[in-house]
Design a protein around this ligand. Sequence first.
Ligand SMILES: [Zn+2]
Length: 457
Amino acid sequence: MYRNPAGLVAFREFPPVDGVCVPTDMVSIQKSFNAVCLPLSRVIRTLILASVLGALLATDARARDVVVANDLRAGVSGDRTRFVMDLTGPVKFSYFALVDPYRLVIDLPELRWQLPARPLPRNVGLIKSLRYGLFKAGASRVVLDMGGPMQITAAFLVPPSGNRGHRLVVDMKPGDRASFMAKLVEPRRARGRARDRDRARPPAPARETAGAAPGLPIPNRKPGVRGNRRVIVIDPGHGGVDPGAIGRSGVLEKDITLRTARTLKRRLERNRRYRVILTRDRDVFIRLRDRIAVARRHDADLFVSLHADSIRRAAVRGLSVYTLSEKASDKEAAELAEKENKADLIAGIDLSTETPEVTDILIDLAQRETMNDSVRFAAELVHELRRVTTLLRKTHRFAGFAVLKAPDVPSVLIEMGFLSNRQDERALRRKGYRARIADSVAQAIDRYFERIEQAER
Ligand SMILES: [Zn+2]
């Protein structure tokens, strides 16, 4: 019998694989780990069924095609761990593993998530925790944090039977690091060509790239007055497969940040002098570097990243404002930046193939003026926000936040409060409170530009 610490998977749900085992391209990587087993006739039958159901759902054009995930479960038997996704239809999927930390990433088409209102599996066998969500348009992702190196023994789809719908099943057992790494060689090599080409290019002299992302030239700072409209990029932290902090009530940072960002956008757009762009306007994951790229592409005058923290000490509360610095102002700020900079890792991105532009940028004179502007804006923010909310002591702090590293866009990050604190969490869930925060931020933005314009007169 499968032991079931989370009460989620019973033995009888370990489906008998009665289909034909076929090599398919559904599992694109690590073929040596497994065979894909698909009872083909049943898949065809369920496809017909799915299209009948689709016709019934035709009122919503999107609902017709989108498979719904209605549960994520995990169970243990001996040293085996099984992960199961309950789905309303068959899906194509692929998976790959990552190291440091050990993760298993399952890529799927865009799904609709209607999970039961109970916590996700945690510490079930090899699985420490997991996340799910939209990775990019058209692609959903599940990321499993593994307690150690593992071996995938099988990954397959099971068609409906009894009162169970479609299921995606991944079985794994503990492995050792050496063989785990050996399995990683294949996907690395497949993707590695472009990188090798990059490596062949002689590296640019350090002085030229210092302060800027390599390949991202530092433009001259634009003149302060540039037409009438100021471009403001608002960056709702986290999203999709990266939920950010999780509140006491289960509220997710990614939802709080998006709601506040929308409110702030509406508030700012009342002033015709602003053009406001959100780095995301839906529940989707965005890489840290792509958030910066949005600001640079639109030649932004200001970049505001919104977040809400969570820490172990539940009594700690209050809003804080961060600007970029090589040297963190204190240990807490350094730890926070480290946590926020992990967003890409949390979403299952292989950082070893990333260019270092976000991970270790150098700060030099080219950024100095931008940083001074960021600090001035942070001061306006603290001044305004003090009137409407509790502030964390030492409200303005500095640290190496990756998302603040556009060399030519003044950037701040606002931690709107602590989701680990009862009062802060309750406040952040209230629309009226978020509107007050948005009002204050908008006022600080007004004052920041007024001062610049005064100085330029
Ligand atoms: Zn955050």
